[in-house]
Design a protein around this ligand. Structure first.
Ligand SMILES: [Zn+2]
Length: 119
């Protein structure tokens, strides 16, 4: 008798017993309620790690961003509601042309900001 590969067997089983498969999946989820949370948790750690590395490699950028955040808080800088370049509204980000001048920023919408950062 020829052996049916496991993957094919599983596929056939799923096709023949869709109700059984979904019941199995449901019970698995009930037994592992934290699975998705743990998954997020693991990825958050990765993301934090990436940000930490970036911050370590870009101390002047971090300092500039912090300076802007603080200046916004103190009312030294005011975030405009429209993009300086195209005049559109939405989410406006500060853009540093020169990180050694942390409070000299352009205020750009995300589209113009992307264009600046990557050009
Ligand atoms: Zn714009």
């Amino acid at each position: 008798m020829a052996r049916t590969p496991g993957t094919v067997r599983q596929k056939l089983y799923r096709e023949r017993h869709p109700d059984r498969v979904s019941a199995q999946q449901k019970s698995w989820r009930e037994k592992n309620p934290d699975y998705h949370c743990q998954y997020d948790e693991a990825h958050r750690a990765e993301k934090d790690e990436r940000q930490r590395k970036w911050a370590k490699n870009n101390p002047e950028k971090v300092a500039a961003h912090n300076a802007v955040r603080q200046a916004l808080k103190d009312g030294i800088l005011v975030r405009p509601i429209t993009c300086e370049k195209c005049g559109s509204g939405g989410r406006i980000c500060s853009h540093h042309e020169d990180y050694s001048k942390p409070l000299e920023v352009d205020w750009l919408c995300y589209k113009c900001h992307n264009r600046r950062e990557f050009s």
